[in-house]
Design a binder for this molecule. Structure first.
Ligand SMILES: C[S@@+](CC[C@H](N)C(=O)[O-])C[C@H]1O[C@@H](n2cnc3c(N)ncnc32)[C@H](O)[C@@H]1O
Length: 380
């Protein structure tokens, strides 16, 4: 695609973006409808739009959108060639909004990671772990010690150019597109075959499907969310992945629980500010506010308080958020521990972790993934 066409197409998209219509949403709609573009052209347009928001803090606000896109692509090329030429002090004030400095440790490694293109992770079902890399090509297994060794080949970084959603393997449910940090949450939960789990904020079921596979599809998972549209998507994905040991139901996060069942494990993958996804979704850096963090923190604590009563004695409670702000991570986990000290004790997030930490940050620059926080408790 000639440069001017690319800049025009990216500009048409950026000019439609607002806080209510975020860049990834507009991109999905526009590129989905543009049947005349080939996958490579679509990739180039996404690359230009995301580069615009990644380098937004460096762009001349008085210039036309098209000139700013061109400038953002220049910054991206310069950074990719020599990341060290961008000083951490400059990244700290331009790559992220000022308010996050009091909420996150803005280390140079984290800030540089934010300015790179993200890695695409897939999770392949165990039985296809050997065959899928051969048929797709361009797959590299995760090296993370937080994933049991036998299951590391199921988390694959994909660096090819094929549109994965269109592959027959995806359509048959052989693999899911799922970030490594989300996969690590499933391994932290470590449900056993035959157990009964509650995935309380199941959304479209990314983690429900993973829990089901870790349970060898034996036992039962209650998958709830307050959004019925997401639960409908969950049902479709579960059918594709041949997962049947679940029940999907609405739960609005309030004190009335969806069932009287007592669970061996509860996962609360709570709604959050999503700061841990800022590499993948740079537009969100400029629309997320401190007030969002404050409001979401209140919801997170409520969800934990309400759901925790459904755990069996000895059961495992897991809290996960794809954010790194102190208010939504350590502050929530510490508040829950203090309030529920008589019934819940902090428990190691990973059975295999010799340090036995009951709170764990998946730092995006260490895992080449989204950022995530996980806390775990055991019911006394
Ligand atoms: C981080 S997402 C879940 C992602 C999902 N677990 C996955 O792995 O695909 C958080 C979910 O919480 C749901 N949610 C938000 N507020 C809620 C509430 N008050 N009660 C229950 N669910 C809520 C949202 O609809 C959203 O689907």
């Amino acid at each position: 695609m000639p440069d001017s066409t690319l800049l025009n197409r990216a500009t048409l998209i950026i000019d439609q973006v607002t806080a209510e219509k975020p860049a990834d949403y507009v991109l999905r709609g526009e590129l989905g409808a543009a049947k005349y573009l080939d996958p490579e052209e679509k990739r180039d347009i996404s690359h230009a739009v995301f580069a615009y928001y990644r380098w937004f803090g460096w762009l001349d606000t008085k210039a036309a959108t098209q000139a700013r896109v061109a400038s953002a692509l220049d910054f991206q090329r310069k950074f990719d060639a020599d990341p060290a030429s961008f000083k951490p002090e400059a990244l700290a004030v331009r790559a992220v909004p000022a308010w996050v400095a009091s909420e996150i440790d803005l280390t140079p490694a984290y800030l540089r990671h934010l300015q790179h293109e993200p890695t695409l992770w897939i999770r392949v079902q165990k039985e296809f772990a050997a065959a899928l890399p051969r048929s797709l090509g361009n797959c590299t297994p995760a090296a993370s010690a937080l994933i049991p060794e036998a299951l590391r080949p199921t988390a694959l970084a994909y660096s090819g150019k094929t549109d994965l959603y269109k592959t027959s393997e995806f359509q048959k449910g052989v693999f899911e597109i799922q970030d490594l940090a989300s996969q690590i949450v499933g391994h932290a939960a470590a449900p056993k075959p035959g157990e009964t789990w509650w995935d309380a904020c199941a959304g479209q079921g990314g983690k429900t499907l993973h829990l089901a596979e870790l349970m060898d599809n034996k036992g039962l998972i209650w998958a709830t969310d307050r959004n019925t549209g997401r639960l409908a998507a969950l049902r479709k994905r579960a059918a594709r992945a041949q997962v049947f040991n679940y029940r999907a139901n609405t739960w609005n996060g309030g004190p009335f629980l969806p069932t009287k069942t007592k669970f061996d494990g509860i996962l609360i993958d709570a709604p959050c500010s999503g700061v841990g996804t800022w590499q993948r979704n740079p537009h969100a850096r400029w629309t997320t506010t401190p007030n969002d963090v404050k409001e979401l923190a209140e919801i997170q604590l409520q969800l934990l308080n309400h759901a925790a009563g459904a755990l069996k004695p000895g059961g495992r409670l897991l809290y996960a958020v794809c954010t790194l702000t102190k208010s939504e991570t350590i502050a929530i986990a510490d508040a829950f521990t203090t309030t529920h000290a008589a019934e819940f004790e902090p428990s190691p997030v990973f059975a295999s972790d010799p340090s036995g930490h009951a709170q764990f940050f998946i730092q995006p620059h260490e895992f080449n993934s989204n950022g995530m926080f996980i806390a775990a408790w055991k019911k006394r």
